[in-house]
Design a protein around this ligand. Structure first.
Ligand SMILES: Nc1nc2c(ncn2[C@@H]2O[C@H](COP(=O)(O)OP(=O)(O)OP(=O)(O)O)[C@@H](O)[C@H]2O)c(=O)[nH]1
Ligand SMILES: [Mg+2]
Length: 268
């Protein structure tokens, strides 16, 4: 009986701000000192959040402009986004709005609330700081996002950033629970919901013809913890926990579903 839930997180932001270093810090507990520009890498991280066994499917994206054509696709499929800028690079802070705007343009058609975590990274370089906490918080409020300051180098607040985003997703799905089960269902849940709906309709049709009550439990009455295999959205075979698995990948699935939600501004 697995209760593992999958969450699709996407790490976005300008180049050199530390997106990969943060992801590697979370998944491999080490600091990537060298700069190696990313095209697109995916990682898997297992953890428990709010008592829920969680499997984080993390997409580390390219900050470099030349790969920006891939953005629409991953923005569609992501459930939550870490918007990363560098506290020691004012330009990266100014650029983050471009990523936010693009997310809203792409996701805005699909959902009314997008879980976002604004991340000010490199806070170990305090004496080189170019962005104040106050202005970052103010931007987070505009984005209806949470804000956190991290260091991939020391590890400060790295877990909190990723897990905090998952908590926003969870919170948001609870808000939508009365309406559709979950607000941002993962594909597994969505398929189960569809199967249940189809089964319900079939039952009704049968009952309409005759009151035959032989229970065919087609779509399964169970809820979110049915099967235990993780579901893949795109291609790419993921490695075990914390392993970087395969570079660039093409995703093709569309994010469905859209429901009302609320934001929260959790400042850490
Ligand atoms: N001091 C310090 N350096 C960091 C931190 N995070 C990342 N770096 C360094 O900043 C450089 C860029 O980090 P990356 O994680 O590769 O940056 P990125 O955002 O993934 O860049 P792209 O893949 O090009 O988009 C590397 O040399 C890292 O070691 C941090 O928290 N503190
Ligand atoms: Mg990178």
């Amino acid at each position: 009986m697995s209760t593992s839930k999958e969450f699709r997180l996407v790490v976005v932001g300008p180049p050199v701000v530390g997106k990969s270093a943060l992801t590697i810090r979370l998944t491999q507990s080490e600091f990537a000192n060298e700069y190696d520009p990313t095209i697109e890498d995916s990682y898997r991280h297992y953890c428990e959040i709010n008592g829920v066994q969680s499997s984080l499917d993390i997409l580390d994206t390219a900050g470099q402009e030349e790969y920006s054509s891939m953005r629409d696709l991953y923005m569609k499929t992501g459930e939550g986004f870490l918007l990363v800028f560098s506290l020691v690079d004012r330009h990266s802070f100014e650029e983050i709005s471009t990523f936010y705007n693009q997310i809203m343009r792409v996701k805005g058609e699909l959902v009314s609330f997008v879980p976002l975590m604004l991340v000010g990274n490199k806070n170990d370089l305090e004496n080189e700081r170019q962005v104040s906490k106050e202005e970052a918080i103010s931007l987070a409020k505009k984005f209806n996002a949470s804000y956190i300051e991290t260091s991939a180098k020391t590890g400060e607040n790295v877990v909190e950033a990723f897990h905090g985003l998952v908590k926003v997703i969870m919170h948001n799905s609870v808000l939508g629970a009365g309406l559709a089960g979950t607000l941002y269902p993962n594909l597994k849940e969505e398929r189960e919901a569809q199967a249940r709906e189809i089964a319900e309709q079939k039952k009704k049709q049968k009952a309409g013809r005759k009151n035959d009550n032989s229970g065919s439990t087609a779509g399964s009455g169970g809820n979110d913890d049915a099967g235990n295999g993780n579901q893949r959205v795109g291609s790419s075979t993921r490695g075990a926990q914390g392993n970087k698995s395969g570079g660039k990948r093409a995703r093709s699935s569309e994010q469905p579903e859209s429901k009302e939600g609320g934001g929260c501004c959790l400042i850490v």
